[in-house]
Design a protein around this ligand. Sequence first.
Ligand SMILES: O=C(O)CCC(=O)C(=O)O
Ligand SMILES: [Fe+2]
Length: 300
Amino acid sequence: MEHAALSSAAAMFRLATWHLVGDPLPRDLPRARLLLRQSTDAGNADAAMMEVALTANGTGAPPDWASARRLLEEAAARDIEIAQKHVNLLSGMDIDAQGYPRRLPPPEKLSDTPLVHSWRNVLTADECAHLATSVLDLLGPSMVVDPRTGQQIAHPVRKSSAAVIGPTRETLPIQAIQRRLSAMTGTSVSAGEPLAILHYAPGQEYLPHVDTLPHEPNQRVMTALIYLNKGYLGGETHFPGIGLTMAGKAGDVLVFTNTQEDGSPDARSRHAGLPVRNGTKWLATRWIRNQPLDIWASRG
Ligand SMILES: O=C(O)CCC(=O)C(=O)O
Ligand SMILES: [Fe+2]
């Protein structure tokens, strides 16, 4: 490829990311999509992968799973190695033309109030590794919402590292996993917050807390936890109010409700990630709102 074409592809990719974050250019999601399209056509692999993510998650245009999958397959055919990896992950999934699972194993009910269900082995080891490694470069100290100010602050309640899989990093396998969680919980995929990846080193824990947010009309009605690995001791998810302890293995999912029928926070949903005694624990958390959430609204 011509040097000039390559550098203009890189420049268009740069412009696209500026329009996505809204800095230093105004946020313009449709314009970002157009620039990604042009950059992909000019041979930029980063643009190609980002275009797949944004096509499926409905950034700058309505969500379009079929086009996203076609774009991914085109990228794989152009020898973009990471695209081929994602195609392989998807081909191992039993999903329909919209990326939703064709069938799900039945859950086990662990509690009625709050409602708690578990699914064993509902993600493969490769899917778990894909989630855990998708934010390796971003892992930093966990933040929580300060109840007084509503701001994100580092907080001693959560002694772990965490990173959010933002919309540009939502690979197609990750979005298929989000659809799986949506099918399991009976909630809309657009009500889910971006997946958060948590990493606990030995001695780290998440002290008892509720997942509901202070002063929030669009409440976190449910939480889905995906246990991503094995080989650690301790680290169980514990609900002191109902005497429930879940020792999740790689690929297991735990889903629980955080609010009562009238929508108010349910104190019985209080839970903790018990201290990890040995090894490291990896977890993916999806907090699910009552109503659809604009994944771009709180950014930029
Ligand atoms: O680490 C755990 O088992 C609990 C995590 C948790 O409570 C959360 O992510 O909201
Ligand atoms: Fe929690």
